[in-house]
Design a protein around this ligand. Structure first.
Ligand SMILES: NC(=O)c1ccc[n+]([C@@H]2O[C@H](COP(=O)([O-])OP(=O)(O)OC[C@H]3O[C@@H](n4cnc5c(N)ncnc54)[C@H](O)[C@@H]3O)[C@@H](O)[C@H]2O)c1
Length: 358
């Protein structure tokens, strides 16, 4: 199937509101939308101390940014009401599994109440289009299935998964109550895999942890080396969200299609953590760093996770573009560029262009 880039043209001059604009995926999305000529409105908390991507891409100068907490309905509603965006991409979340264990209130508060606030504000202000990002971890994973499709049972055995499954339930309930009557879909929820790429410095995520170890020439300590994950470059799910967003805005999807979408990699990219770490280490060119395994029984983490992407393939004509080597190389090149003090806009522009041309 040939990749179709026509969806990208739809974003020129549109007002697009992105929640989570100061985070890893949100910053990449805002930057890409800026390149496409959208008027981008960002909503998020101030970047955390070690979060570099929002500032590195100089997004404060490129988008209109609001630093607010989406748990506060009054504040988020005021922004949505006054900005009246053409479409909202909702990515804001407490996104770290280990933090969900130490800070459940913030996790459930942001991921469930914050997400409900977005849906409610959309409804009250008659904003037409929404792409609502949750996670592959929203599926009930008892370790017995090797792949999840959109109609599979939701559920979570840990706080993060449970918060994302709950966010999906709230979405389904809003869809059924207020949006299903329309002939065409105008809102969709999106579930992506383990996203990697340049600029992520979040603690307790595999790639940032490995990059920090490689930079400091320190041993790499893995919690769960044999867990299988659906690895994908950040541009892959973002292209899925943009493609879905365009179809929603143009009312190209009938509402008898269920409104949830998996945007994972091909099965060949579903690899064990240890394999990815070895590829990163080899790609970085530093074989002296050792990879160690330290068991953590602190919280439940599922062993196997992969996503069935047939639906996005069929209905949106969306498919992953980068192979695993390109995904790893893109990631390493970006970090190396950043750590050597280069302007990372250059490598970001290059990678987006390469991705579109692929
Ligand atoms: N990174 C991944 O591998 C991955 C995989 C699947 C799904 N996701 C989901 O994609 C989305 C984006 O992930 P990410 O990797 O960019 O996360 P991130 O942690 O890098 O960014 C999170 C963003 O949400 C904002 N945020 C958090 N709490 C907030 C609050 N109370 N009010 C306002 N803003 C708040 C942060 O300021 C930041 O802008 C999240 O919903 C995440 O759960 C991520």
């Amino acid at each position: 199937m040939k990749n179709n880039n026509s969806f990208l043209k739809s974003y020129k001059n549109l007002k697009v509101l992105v929640t989570g604009s100061t985070g890893f995926k949100g910053s990449w999305l805002c930057y890409w939308l800026f390149l496409l000529g959208s008027k981008v409105v960002g909503v998020g908390l101030k970047p955390e101390k070690d979060s570099i991507i929002f500032d590195s891409l100089k997004l404060k100068k490129k988008i209109k940014q609001y630093f607010i907490d989406i748990k506060d309905f009054y504040k988020i509603n005021k922004i949505i009401k006054s900005e009246k965006p053409d479409i909202i991409f909702h990515l804001a979340a407490q996104s770290i599994v280990s933090t969900s264990f130490t800070n459940p209130l913030e996790t459930f508060g942001t991921n469930i109440i914050g997400s409900t606030n977005i849906l409610e504000s959309l409804r009250r202000n008659k904003i037409s289009n929404l792409v609502y990002i949750t996670s592959d971890k929203c599926y009930l994973n008892l370790g017995t299935k090797d792949s999840f499709k959109e109609s599979d049972l939701l559920g979570g055995l840990d706080n993060y998964s449970s918060s994302k499954a709950s966010a999906e339930l709230v979405f389904a309930s809003y869809f059924d109550s207020y949006f299903k009557k329309q002939k065409q879909l105008s809102i969709g929820s999106a579930r992506a895999g383990n996203v990697i790429g340049g600029g992520d410095f979040k603690k307790d995520r595999i790639v940032p942890d490995v990059i920090k170890s490689l930079k400091r020439k320190k041993n790499i300590i893995l919690r769960n080396p044999n867990a299988t994950r659906p690895w994908q470059h950040v541009l892959e799910p973002l292209s899925g969200y943009l493609s879905l967003g365009k179809m929603l805005m143009n009312r190209e999807l009938k509402s008898n299609i269920t409104p949830s979408w998996n945007f994972g990699p091909y099965k060949r990219n579903c690899k064990k953590v240890i394999s990815i770490v070895k590829l990163l280490t080899r790609g970085w060119g530093n074989s002296k760093v050792k990879i160690l395994h330290k068991k953590s029984k602190k919280f439940h983490e599922s062993k196997l996770l992969s996503l069935n992407i047939n639906k996005a393939n069929k209905e949106l004509k969306w498919q992953p573009r980068l192979n695993l080597d390109e995904t790893i190389n893109f990631t390493i090149e970006w970090y190396k560029s950043y750590l050597s003090g280069e302007d990372v806009e250059d490598i970001t522009n290059y990678q987006i262009k390469y991705f579109i041309d692929k």
